[in-house]
Design a protein around this ligand. Structure first.
Ligand code: PFF
Length: 440
């Protein structure tokens, strides 16, 4: 058997994992979920969930990948026997589901970038409707989806080091720099404080008990960290023993949360300064594809330059995420069927395209796919992972982390959280999310 590829360096892995985490979910999901009424309560819940629940699960997902050296499809079976193969299938099906509609959103992002460069942006809400219609319907959507999948496929077929690591090393720092610049620019707008206050700082304690706020916080935490569905299993299977996984997990979660906040600090001032508050609440995609282009469209040349930078960075962020979604089926096919990378990429990309067509043609389908694959399944996967590494194969967790010399107190803390805190808290989040999903 050919030797498994390895990351070139510690930072290569961290940037690739952060690249997967940072994506449209940070730029679009964070702002819209924060704007759904949760305000500071959403933000606090989100941060708490990341710290208390997601970090131990993130480490356990990484341990599963590294200790088995297997793809997400086979890792649970290789760790605990064939009874666990449904978990492996969940790890393949969920990324395929997300990858299918994610490419559609990438197509819209590309189309918005092209509009910002060549045709200009809407400058009032009625123009915005037409604009949104033009990027989200018609054959251009399928074209955008196809181009995005092809770009993703090119990177993934170049391999772990030559494709995924190389793009992430370049893309993630550029995107972080651009975000910082844009957040500083947004801080000079007239509605800045009003934007921060309304969406991020205003605390309404009753929101802690609102099922939709709870679901939003759980979904955002898991989606944004690409957690619970095998992405980190795939990426960590290319690691050697040197990486201290708890440290890497903290780096990934910090970069991801910082990007979500920075994106909010760009979006909310624009929304407030240009009176677009109504557009963003109640619309999943309104923030990124209606409010932002319209706000920037009213600002003349400056707005256009900002829009070009913002949508270019959104597209980079999206590609570093979509490559991770494609890597899961690709590595699983290579592992299970012994195919070469190019053939596995070709077949998986074709499958993603076909699966994405209903989302490309119908907004409601896209929304449903996002609620199920991008929400409930990730939380379910997180629950299974915490049971699996906390209870089913706990020695694997200890041995792997001992092998990379991570501090034994950190290890004990993580193990405790994984066994006793994550399962009940995630189960609670899952139940609230499912009930809320059916009610709304
Ligand atoms: N985390 C990515 C984002 O925030 O856009 C999207 C994503 C990638 C979600 C991979 C889930 C996943 F497994």
């Amino acid at each position: 058997m050919a030797l498994r590829e390895q990351w070139r360096s510690r930072w290569g892995f961290v940037l690739a994992a952060a690249g997967s985490a940072v994506g449209l979910g940070n730029l679009w999901g964070f702002a819209y979920r924060a704007s759904e009424g949760g305000g500071a309560a959403f933000l606090l819940l989100y941060i708490l969930i990341v710290l208390v629940v997601c970090l131990p699960v993130l480490v356990s997902e990484m341990v599963l990948g590294r200790s088995t050296g297997s793809s997400p499809l086979l890792a649970p079976v290789n760790a605990a026997g064939p009874r666990w193969s449904p978990m492996g299938w969940l790890f393949v099906i969920a990324p395929l589901g997300i990858g299918s509609y994610y490419a559609v959103l990438m197509g819209w992002t590309l189309d918005t970038l092209i509009h910002s460069i060549f045709f200009g942006l809407p400058s009032n809400l009625s123009e915005a409707e037409t604009f949104f219609g033009s990027i989200s319907s018609g054959s251009s959507v399928l074209l955008g989806q196809l181009i995005s999948l092809l770009l993703t496929a090119i990177v993934v077929s170049a391999g772990v080091r030559g494709g995924i690591e190389r793009l992430s090393r370049l893309g993630v720092p550029i995107l972080f720099g651009l975000l910082l610049i844009l957040a500083l620019w947004a801080a000079t707008l007239s509605g800045t404080w009003e934007g921060y206050r309304t969406f991020l700082l205003k605390l309404d304690a009753s929101q802690f008990f609102n099922p939709s706020t709870i679901r939003n916080a759980f979904t955002q935490a898991f989606f944004s960290l690409s957690l619970g569905i095998g992405i980190m299993v795939a990426y960590s299977s290319y690691l050697d023993k040197k990486n201290q996984l708890p440290k890497e997990a903290v780096s990934v979660a910090s970069i991801d949360t910082a990007v979500g906040l920075l994106a909010g600090m760009i979006t909310f001032p624009i929304v407030m300064s240009f009176g677009l508050k109504e557009v963003i609440s109640g619309s999943t995609v309104g923030t990124l594809f209606i409010s932002l282009p319209t706000g920037l469209g009213t600002l003349g040349l400056t707005g256009r330059v900002v829009a070009i930078l913002f949508f270019a960075l959104a597209y980079i962020a999206a590609i570093t995420s979509s490559i991770s979604l494609l890597e899961v089926p690709v590595s699983s096919i290579m592992d299970r069927l012994g195919w070469g990378r190019s053939k596995a990429v070709f077949v998986s990309t074709g499958l993603l395209f076909v699966l994405g067509i209903p989302s490309a043609l119908n907004l409601d389908v896209l929304g449903k796919m996002d609620s199920i694959f991008g929400g409930v399944l990730l939380i379910l996967g997180g629950f299974l992972l915490s049971i699996f590494l906390g209870w089913v194969v706990p020695n694997r967790f200890d041995e792997d982390l001992a092998g990379c010399n991570s501090n034994h107190r950190v290890r004990r803390y993580l193990k405790f959280m994984l066994r006793w805190v994550s399962p009940p808290v995630i189960a609670f989040g899952l139940i609230v999310s499912v009930v809320d999903l059916f009610q709304n």
